[in-house]
Design a binder for this molecule. Structure first.
Ligand SMILES: *[C@@H]1O[C@H](CO)[C@@H](O)[C@H](O)[C@H]1NC(C)=O
Ligand SMILES: *[C@@H]1O[C@H](CO)[C@@H](O)[C@H](O)[C@H]1NC(C)=O
Length: 586
């Protein structure tokens, strides 16, 4: 049973103890995960099986894999499934699965409950070419494609970080907090209005609320792989120190996370978040005048942004999360996927041996290695406060209007129709390319000079939707991905889209359940939720480690400013820029 205690820090007393209301269990601690993967070794049958598979017990590398929830077996005790790999001759043990072997372990009693071995005939893929370390590459094969590159800031950075959490840059101000579960929390984001000089509220709090990563293989050793990384593993707990010069550029500022160990002792995760100014050679705005006008006009402004970055390594996978602030008021949230695939061992060495390749559940990436098809969903909690806490959600739907023959030479045009969502169900949105809408969070009581309500719009980028059956147990737990956009009435107990207690949860405390209460959301303190999705059909380039794939969405001002807020920013001129001298010319 899970106990949710509320502690009064002043009186040091437990004020609320709630044991009744949840099916799930809290985030696993790192200590529990470390202990769980050693449990199978206490079982003689397990040891025998490993030796029979030709693996030396000293070469074993095991992973704690969340079980999900599939009914009675997962009830009333905390469980984990352990699967193992051979780390012989490679650090990339993920590419050498001992396929089909799953050990069900009780996390509390640390006992083996069940061993399932259905992969006895499947060879362990070879170690050759799996190591991804630079030091393991042959020196004569290293590809030095580029000359060194770095950004110079001759007068230092333009941002400051006060009290280790208040970031001030250009026209922005926001708080930053590393968090064990969410990774990074950006809060109280305000942008300065160029006309009044006042800071204006944009977002009260934004963070990665939950992830959902279902694999698409229904067989015994794979069906349960439907991770919810924030609630099960702790997205922040899994964020390792960033690598200066490679994860973040030279001009970056680093921030540590301070988390609690299993026994409550605080520990420091150093360099967990970085903040830096980015200049990618992009353009903030421009116009040149054509010679036919007789005007010699060329006005261009370079784009510099401020990036807040963290990278979580949830076992094999790496997630890079960027919050990027632009001076024109836009916030871009970017998710990058890299790291190592979770692969399946197979006896196939070539596609020509496979009679029905569509039944492989993935792609043959190398001899005896299948990259299994899977999805990634990253759900963001975006508590918008556009010029104050009471906001509304406005859909601006574009529809074709058909002209009658003598009305216009045109047969058709598009018209924008605005609807304010009255209740939560009105704001459950599935994205549609042929029925497009803009999604605005507006402050209905604040208007611009010409009378438009001030707002910020959510602009989705490339994304994916879950196609699983709504009654499939993982999709019930991951029901917060049933829509790409939701808007809920603010409730401090509703922060985690998959529920407060996610391990083995049954889906009774998800964003989908809260939204179905259909509370009023017009001119109220509302929370916008957006899910960024990826379908991943692995390909050979993902072996042995994946080049980063990314996608993003924007929070963009819409009638928030009276006019272009960066009109009056100056262009670059040669004298502003450093005269760099190469240390040694080529
Ligand atoms: C299994 O092997 C490990 C590693 O050699 C050893 O420490 C452990 O005692 C063995 N377990 C049993 C039950 O024999
Ligand atoms: C706030 O959220 C909790 C958890 O979902 C729920 O039990 C409670 O009824 C909610 N309160 C309101 C006013 O919606």
């Amino acid at each position: 049973m899970s106990h949710v205690l509320t502690v009064d820090l002043t009186t040091r007393e437990v004020t609320v103890e709630d044991t009744a209301s949840h099916s799930g269990y809290p985030t696993m601690t790192l200590e529990e995960m470390s202990a769980a993967i050693l449990v199978p070794l206490m079982n003689a049958d397990f040891n025998r099986t490993i030796v029979q598979r030709g693996v030396d017990l000293t070469d074993l590398a095991c992973l704690p894999i969340s079980t999900g929830w599939y009914g009675k077996v997962e009830e009333n005790r905390r469980l984990i499934k352990v699967q193992c790999y051979s780390a012989k001759d490679t650090v990339n043990f993920y590419m050498r699965p001992i396929e089909g072997l799953t050990v069900l372990v009780d996390l509390d009693t640390r006992q083996v409950l069940e061993i399932s071995d259905k992969g006895g005939s499947i060879p362990i893929p070879k170690a050759a070419n799996t190591d991804y370390r630079y030091s393991a590459q042959k020196p004569n094969q290293v590809l030095k494609l580029l000359k060194p590159i770095s950004i110079e800031q001759p007068n230092g950075p333009s941002f400051t970080v006060e009290d280790d959490h208040l970031v001030k840059w250009a026209n922005w101000e926001f708080h930053l907090k590393p968090d064990a579960r969410a990774g990074v929390i950006v809060s109280r984001a305000k942008v300065r209005d160029p006309n009044t000089g006042e800071f204006r509220d944009v977002m009260y709090k934004g963070f990665t609320s939950e992830l959902f990563v279902p694999y698409m293989d229904p067989t015994d050793a794979w069906y349960f792989k439907t991770y919810m990384d924030a609630g099960e593993y702790g997205f922040g707990l899994q964020a390792m120190p960033l690598d200066p010069l490679n994860d973040c550029p030279r001009n970056a500022y680093y921030m540590d996370g301070v988390f609690a160990a299993a026994d409550g002792t605080p520990y420091v995760r150093s360099n967990m978040v970085c903040v830096f100014e980015s200049y990618a050679g992009d353009i903030a705005w421009r116009h040149t005048e054509c010679p036919i006008t007789g005007m010699q006009i060329r006005e261009v402004r370079p784009k510099v942004t401020l990036v807040v970055r963290m990278a979580a390594s949830v076992a094999n996978y790496d997630y890079i999360i960027d919050w990027e602030f632009q001076t024109d008021g836009l916030i871009r949230v970017k998710v990058g996927l890299s790291g190592i695939l979770m692969v399946k061992g197979t006896s196939y060495e070539n596609v020509n041996q496979v009679s029905s390749p569509e039944n492989l559940h993935g792609t043959l990436l190398s001899e005896n290695v299948i990259g299994v098809i899977h999805d990634h969903y990253v759900t963001f909690h975006l508590d918008m406060d556009v010029d104050g806490s009471d906001n509304s959600f406005l859909k601006v739907n574009l529809q074709r209007v058909q002209n009658s023959p003598n009305e216009s030479p045109r047969k058709s045009y598009l018209k924008a129709t605005k609807t304010v969502a009255k209740t939560e169900k009105d704001a459950q949105v599935k994205l549609k390319l042929y029925d497009p809408s803009e999604f605005h969070v507006i402050n209905p009581t604040k208007r611009t000079r010409v009378g438009n309500p001030v707002g910020y719009k959510l602009v989705p980028g490339g994304t994916a939707a879950s196609l699983l059956d709504l009654d499939d147990p993982p999709q019930k737990r991951g029901a917060f991905t049933n829509n790409q956009i939701w808007v809920t009435s603010y409730n401090r107990s509703e922060q985690w889209a998959g529920g407060l207690l996610v391990c083995q949860s049954q889906g009774e405390d998800t964003l989908a359940v809260w939204s179905d209460r259909d509370r009023p959301i017009e001119n109220k303190d509302i929370v916008l939720w957006y899910t960024l999705g990826f379908h991943h059909v692995p390909c050979q380039e993902d072996f042995p480690i994946m080049p980063t794939v990314s996608s993003s969405f924007d929070l963009k001002p819409v009638n928030f400013f009276e006019s272009n807020p960066i009109l009056r920013t100056p262009p670059n001129v040669e004298t502003d820029l450093p005269v760099c001298v190469a240390a040694a010319s080529a």
